[in-house]
Design a protein around this ligand. Structure first.
Ligand code: PLP
Length: 390
């Protein structure tokens, strides 16, 4: 049975072009880029080509990019660098809806004596910018606010956020892991100090990421050792992944506008089709400022896990904001922060698309899903109760 993969915010398939570009680095081009000989030197040159491509995706200079092992490392590195650069400052400002790579790092810093402000969001998943402004103090060592949310797809207004944070003189990091490659991101227009990106969300392999560090911004390395990445990130480079990441960035940049339009059309068709076919269903989060590939839908009176298990029988992959399926014991902190009622959180499903999805994929979900929802509601005592009361 064909797999219908609608979980692209979790990870994406590696593009054929990426895999092909990586292949020689497992066989003939196995030199160490730090070696003096020509054999290693050619590998070094190809890392620099990849750096140019990664920089181009966000309109940065290549010297402003370091390669890391993943988005999580980029996030941890950026925040830690800001804290260590201003050891007398003890305040961190972030939001309640960050990915655990930022959220849990900040919680760890709180246990180490930092004061952390977690800004709330409203029902649409949006930040109050006045509250952001009022929360920055002279003691703020770093502001870390994500570009786009992995669960709701909501995009924060990074242009306004960076203007506010800059006007208060605080360093700004953004986790753009879900945004870069899906929507145009330009560090010249949105003057953040640091930005995290990750390979496996844009058709490169898992285990490769990058951190943008604006020229002139003080940076203190997190991983200490050899002189790789001009002393900014030690460890022998994951050459194949870096080269693959470069190709993925190049493809993403080339296709960001056309692919976005196609993916948005498919996403909208899926969303509208499900809303029309399934009563007591609604979309979570701002539907205007949103990633073009993401929809987070709550189906009242059913469990997200049950929906996913039924979809799984048809090889349809999505994810849920309820506990367990998300790999956590707690229901989604993002939906809870948005004030989504518990019944709706438990019945939430995130569909996230990529350019590899087709009309047939959407057709299949629209054919199967309404029946699954009706059936599960029939089985649920609460669902039956609700039906009877109408
Ligand atoms: N930040 C966001 C918004 C994410 O969605 C993810 C991954 O899901 C990460 C960070 C972590 O990236 P990685 O899996 O490359 O460590």
């Amino acid at each position: 049975m064909k797999t219908v993969y609608l979980d692209n915010n979790a990870t994406t398939r590696v593009a054929d072009e990426v895999r092909e570009a990586m292949s020689p680095y497992f066989s003939e081009l196995y030199g160490n880029p730090s070696s003096m000989h020509t054999f290693g030197g050619q590998v070094h040159r190809n890392i620099e080509v990849a750096r140019e491509k990664a920089a181009a995706l966000i309109n940065a200079d290549p010297e402003e990019i370091i390669f890391t092992s993943c988005g999580t490392e980029s996030d941890n590195t950026a925040i830690m660098s800001c804290l260590e650069s201003a050891p007398h400052k003890k305040h961190i400002l972030t939001t309640r809806v960050e990915h655990p790579a930022v959220l849990n790092f900040c919680k760890t810093m709180a246990r180490r004596g930092y004061r952390v402000t977690f800004l709330p969001v409203d029902r649409s998943g949006s930040l109050n910018l006045e509250e952001l402004k009022a929360s920055i103090t002279d003691d703020t060592a770093v502001v870390s606010i994500m570009y786009a949310n992995n669960e709701s797809g909501v995009i924060f207004p990074m242009d306004q956020i960076s203007e506010i944070v800059k006007s208060r003189g605080a360093p700004l990091h953004t986790d753009a892991v879900q945004a870069a490659g899906k929507v145009p991101v330009d560090v010249r227009k949105v003057p953040v100090d640091m930005m995290s990106i990750s390979g496996h969300k844009i058709h490169a392999p898992k285990g490769i990421g990058a951190l943008y560090i604006r020229r002139g911004v003080r940076f203190i390395p997190y991983i200490i050792g050899g002189h790789q990445e001009k002393g900014r990130r030690a460890g022998t480079e994951n050459v194949a992944a870096i080269v693959g990441f470069g190709v993925a960035c190049e493809l993403a940049k080339k296709h960001v506008n056309t692919a976005t339009a196609t993916v948005r059309q498919l996403r909208d068709r899926l969303e509208q089709g499900l809303l029309a076919a399934c009563p007591d269903t609604r979309v979570n989060g701002d539907t205007h400022n949103r990633l073009p590939n993401t929809t987070n839908i709550s189906f009242e009176y059913v469990e997200g896990e049950a929906i996913l298990l039924r979809l799984n029988e048809y090889n349809i992959c999505a994810s849920s904001g309820s506990a367990c399926t998300s790999g956590s014991l707690e229901p989604s902190h993002v939906l809870r922060s948005m004030g989504v009622p518990f019944t709706a959180i438990h019945g939430s499903v995130r569909f996230s698309l990529s350019a590899y999805n087709t009309d047939d994929d959407i057709e299949m979900v629209l054919r199967i899903m309404p029946g699954i929802i009706t059936e599960l509601r029939e089985l649920s005592p609460y669902g039956r109760e609700v039906k009877r009361s109408f």
